[in-house]
Ligand binder design. Structure first.
Ligand SMILES: [Zn+2]
Length: 269
């Protein structure tokens, strides 16, 4: 009987070790695909959180649209906490290389700033909920929590549904893309959506609130400095919105943000 007991113990230990190894392999694979952005040097470029926006279309999706992070980590004095809260796949899609009418889409990337209105967890719950209806599908790429934690929701090479009817009026003139003829054109195809968590006194539709924390501005600068997106292509949802219903991020202090951004040598004013 003694031998059988040891055999059982051996099987238990063996099974436990195998399970541990499998878990490590799965976790590593997940992180490789959905983890925080790895540094790659290359030069190319209300109640709900947000209203619904553009979704899948007959246009041809492209995975190889080339969103890349630069290697500017030259400000080692600040490193935010990071974590991953991947959205449900119904809430994001591929970036397209041609629009719904077959015209090529080659806009440079655009950073669009938002605020969550409600808590980070509330936003994450919304994004992790399966949304079969186009009008319910919504997401940002990244959320910056009150303590500066950077939360990755949608991989940057994918198209997040952060803005509906929208146009960017920048140095190149009006930029927008129609990827689904059933919806108004939007900036989603070339946007990188970043949302700041709203303070508790801003959980309403008031015109302003007490603003964002110092850690949020630092983390936002850190995140932007890691991308290839130039300063003139950083904008807000309020600025690109054409629905007349968006005013976020309210109470955003551009001077404060730029002060931190310019501390990165590649972003010096
Ligand atoms: Zn917004």
């Amino acid at each position: 009987m003694g031998d059988r007991r040891w055999l059982k113990v051996g099987i238990y230990i063996g099974t436990f070790c195998l399970a541990t190894v499998v878990t490590i392999i799965l976790a590593t694979t997940y992180r490789m695909h959905f983890g925080p952005p790895r540094v790659i040097a290359a030069p190319t470029p209300a109640q709900t959180v947000e209203a619904a926006s553009q979704t899948d279309s007959p246009a041809t999706p492209s995975v190889e649209h080339g969103f890349v992070y630069t290697a500017d980590l030259s400000n080692p004095s600040y490193t935010p906490s990071e974590r991953i809260e991947l959205a449900d796949p119904s809430n994001y899609g591929e970036r397209y290389t041609v629009d719904a009418y077959g015209q090529p889409l080659n806009q440079d990337y655009l950073a669009v700033l938002h605020e969550t209105v409600w808590s980070a967890n509330s936003a994450i719950n919304t994004f992790q909920t399966y949304h079969p209806r186009d009008q319910d599908q919504v997401s940002y790429h990244t959320i910056i929590d009150r303590d500066g934690t950077v939360i990755y929701i949608v991989p940057p090479e994918k198209r997040a549904y952060g803005a509906g009817n929208s146009v960017f009026n920048g140095p190149n003139g009006p930029e927008t893309a129609t990827t689904n003829p059933a919806f108004a054109s939007s900036v989603n195809n070339f946007a990188y959506h970043i949302s700041l968590v709203t303070p508790s006194d801003g959980q309403d539709n008031a015109f302003s609130h007490s603003g964002y924390t110092d850690a949020q501005y630092k983390s936002l600068a850190w995140l932007i400095a890691r991308t290839t997106i130039p300063e003139e292509r950083i904008t807000t949802h309020a600025a690109v919105d054409r629905s007349g219903s968006r005013q976020d991020p309210r109470s955003f202090n551009w001077a404060h943000f730029l002060e931190y951004l310019h501390q990165y040598p590649s972003r010096a004013a």
